[in-house]
Structures are given as structure tokens and as C-alpha cells.
Design a protein around this ligand. Structure first.
Ligand code: ZN
Length: 275
């Protein structure tokens, strides 16, 4: 008799307390992966887990009377397996957009757990439904604008320094948006169009459309009681836009305004995406 079966029975406090076998886990994984609805998924997990444990007692899930329902608290599996099973089921439920309900119901229906560091975390990663190949297309002017964004970052580094918050925030936000274009969770093809200065429209194959927009900082006067603003100018431009009130009735002091960033300097800002 092995250690795991020795722990089963009245002395353990559980009717059955053991790790699921690799065969049982593989069968469970395949059924989770192919469950057509969230309700089927729930039944699959519950029947799969308790079917395996009840088999030790020569019992089944289905042939039971109303007075003899399975009490989940009388059965136990290792914590690592419990977590992997609920994670796999929840992940699959994401496809149905109903992961929260499933997670809550599973918590009530799954067996108890026990700690066994010797039991490895099982790999229940399901079939990958994403496309094998992914196509990213961009128009010529979008390509030019991507180059302009890179040039803007270089200009920000030159003006404010590579260690400055201005540069770091702009770089981080741009990198996040670029990385997002390489996500393979939005269909098999994505097209990028230019949409104004340093900004883009992204169209995914399933029809999701979102914008990647550069939000430039408004140039303000840093003097406490002065609410003057002045528009951005192209880097290196000798143009000196006039100061104006930030909004109607805003106080503008009669003094030499102190701009948040110099005239002729590249405009600080960050990129965000909007659907
Ligand atoms: Zn001012």
C-alpha cells in the first residue's frame, strides 16, 4: 500500500485523499479544453475530479440517491493540483466571458486541499487557439510617423536627458504601444494607419479599432498664481507663440512668464491607446 492510499479512509478524516494521477489529469485537461459552454466546463471539472476519487471506493458520481450526494469536504487533493485545475478551467471560461461565475462555483464544488510539497504543479495548459502566423501591416505614412515618433524620443533625450522623467515616461509609453501591436490575441492581422501628428489608428482583423495617440503637454507658466499657457512649437522653431489665459477668466500675471518647457524644445508627452 502506498503512502497516498494509506492516508485515505476514516483515519485521514476524508473518504478519499490522494493526488490525481497523470492519466486522470490529462483526461481532465482535454475535457476542459473542449468544453463547449461554461456549464459543460463546470460539469466536466466536477465529474472529472470526483469521478476519479470515487472510483477508489467503487462508486460513481451519477448513481447516487438524493440522500447520498457527494460532499466535497469529504475528499481532498493536493493544493498544487487544485490550483492548476481551477486556473485551467477559469482560463478556458475566459473564452465564454464568464470566468468569475465559474471561479466562484468551483470554489464551492471542488474537494478540500492538503499540502504535499512532493506533488509538482501539473501542466494543464490547454490547446492554443491563437493563429500560427500573425500579419502586421502599416501604410507608408504610418511608417513615416513611426519614424517621427522615434525621432521625437531622440529629441526628448537630447533636450531633457536620458535619465529625465520626461524622457523615461515618453519612452515607456511608446514601448508599451509598440509591444501591443505584437499581441497575438487580437486575430491574425492588424493594420496601422497614420492619424495625425505622432498618432495612429489600429484596425484588427476581428474589427476592433483603437487609436494610439500622443498627448503632448500644454506649455504653462510655472509661476504659482499665473494661469497662462502657450501652444507647442516644432522643435528648433524660432516661432514664439503668444501667451493666453488657460481658460476664460483665468488669471494671467503681467510678468515674464516661466514656461514648463522652453520654446523651440521638443514637446514632452506620452502615448496612450483609446478604443
Ligand atoms: Zn506667468
Amino acid at each position: 500500500m502506498s503512502d497516498t492510499t494509506a492516508a485515505t479512509g476514516p483515519s485521514s478524516g476524508y473518504r478519499v485523499r490522494r493526488p490525481l494521477t497523470t492519466t486522470e489529469l490529462t483526461a481532465l485537461r482535454d475535457r476542459i479544453d473542449t468544453a463547449p459552454t461554461v456549464q459543460d466546463l463546470l460539469v466536466t471539472v466536477v465529474v472529472g475530479v470526483f469521478g476519479a476519487l470515487l472510483d477508489d471506493l467503487g462508486e460513481t458520481v451519477t448513481d447516487r440517491s438524493p440522500d447520498d450526494r457527494v460532499d466535497p469536504r469529504q475528499y481532498a487533493i493536493p493544493q498544487t493540483q487544485w490550483q492548476a485545475i481551477t486556473a485551467a478551467a477559469t482560463n478556458r471560461a475566459n473564452a465564454f466571458g464568464d470566468a468569475v461565475t465559474l471561479a466562484l462555483e468551483l470554489t464551492n464544488l471542488m474537494p478540500a486541499v492538503y499540502d504535499d510539497p512532493a506533488i509538482p504543479v501539473p501542466d494543464l495548459t490547454g490547446r492554443d487557439h491563437r493563429p500560427d502566423q500573425y500579419r502586421l501591416e502599416f501604410s507608408r505614412d504610418a511608417g513615416d510617423e513611426i519614424a517621427a515618433c522615434e525621432a521625437h524620443l531622440t529629441a526628448l533625450a537630447g533636450q531633457y536627458g536620458t535619465g529625465s522623467a520626461t524622457y523615461r515616461m515618453a519612452l515607456d509609453s511608446w514601448h508599451r504601444q509598440l509591444a501591443g501591436l505584437f499581441s497575438t490575441r487580437l486575430g491574425a492581422a492588424t493594420t496601422v494607419h497614420r492619424d495625425g501628428l505622432l498618432s495612429f489608428t489600429v484596425v484588427t482583423e476581428p474589427g476592433l479599432v483603437y487609436g494610439v495617440i500622443f498627448h503632448g503637454q500644454q506649455r504653462r507658466c510655472t509661476s504659482g498664481d499665473c494661469h497662462a499657457v502657450a501652444d507647442a512649437t516644432p522643435p528648433g522653431s524660432a516661432e514664439h507663440p503668444t501667451w493666453r489665459p488657460a481658460h476664460t477668466g483665468a488669471a494671467v500675471l503681467d510678468h515674464e512668464h516661466i514656461p514648463t518647457y522652453p520654446f523651440g524644445a521638443p514637446q514632452p508627452g506620452t502615448w496612450t491607446s483609446h478604443s
